[in-house]
Ligand binder design. Sequence first.
Ligand code: FAD
Length: 391
Amino acid sequence: PAEGEPLVIVGTGLAGYNLAREFRKLDETTPLVMITGDDGTFYSKPLLSASLTHGKTPQQLATASAEDMARELNAEILVRTHVNDIDTESKILTLVPENGSHSAGLRYGRLVLATGAGCRPLPAIDGDGGARLFRINSLGDYHRFRTALVGRRKVLLLGAGLIGCEFANDLIQAGYRVEMVDPVDWPLASLLPEAAGRDLQRTLEGAGVRFHGNSRVTALERRGAGIRARLDNGETLEADIALAALGLQANTGLAEAAGLETGLGITVDRRLRTSDADIYALGDCAEVDGHQLYFVAPLMACARALAKTLAGEPGDVYYGAIPVAVKTTLRPTTVCPPPAGAEGSWRIESSEDGVRAEFRDGDGHLLGFALTGAAIAAREELTAECAPLME
Ligand code: FAD
């Protein structure tokens, strides 16, 4: 890069900030500019689905302000500013501040996209209850939901995936009643074999969660101060407020418009390089060597590898087996899903105390696992044995 031109990182989520921290350990002087559409608060996003029980306010989850981070990182941080164009020829970003002032250009030497993922679009739902349906993917969303919950008792939860199950676990322990609806047969069905999913379902139901599997919400209507949902099986459910946890999708729009290669996420190789030699990507927005993972552990591995590359010691990222702790504290659960399309079968050991499920191929190689309850003690042993995601 030309002398003096900054390293620019778009996004101040865990990917952007952790990359900046790792980079500053190796390079204290290269000018660093970070840009974010939000207010640049540093917080741990996974806590959003595990904080109602403890009555945590958004302020308590915020560990550092943008000003604190700018000082720590010796960086300029532009908040409430959207990047809406990348001119890859002249290496200029178009910045649009939220406060209505004129857009401005910013020249970059090297550019990193850490633009995260947004909530997947909602399926078609009839009715006028949409305004009472919340989604949580940022500290601001958490604040809005928490405010709307005041004085409410019953929550309709759409989605029984990882984040849906965590919210069910959190809401029920915070004293709310929970109706959870999902078209799948058992909670976490895309990650857990039936025995482990049913085990989690029993625990959540034992705590008071009502699980409606094999069902979709087709209509959501206002009813007084609350809502009424119609399910495709004809059932109706009443609640005060609704929360949708229907999965994420990588924010690739900016990259696509700039002509960068994208798939499920922004396509990068193991050096975190996009199809443009001076642009990199990591975190929820990036598909790294074919792996699109919405978890913290892989983005930390990417942040460390990319920091080295940007500081002049090029190296590849490596993904081993990546187990994920589901924050269903009522029934601790860990899952290390087998790669999509892997051939093999689940072997299950089930007891009152928990489920140990191992996904092995025909030769007995461990390709993935799922553990609930006391069986999570086997996490380290199975992680060490499990096939890595990357060679
Ligand atoms: P984000 O946090 O989404 O940050 C994206 C940043 O990009 C933001 O600063 C945004 O303002 C900025 N941005 C985007 N586009 C633009 C633009 N055009 N211009 C300017 N700025 C832009 N993972 C786990 O491993 N374990 C868990 O237990 C876990 N629990 C979770 C619970 C919840 C409720 C959620 C939502 C996620 C959870 N995850 C968990 C996933 C994990 O939180 C994410 O993988 C991680 O936080 C992603 O960080 P990121 O920096 O890539 O993206």
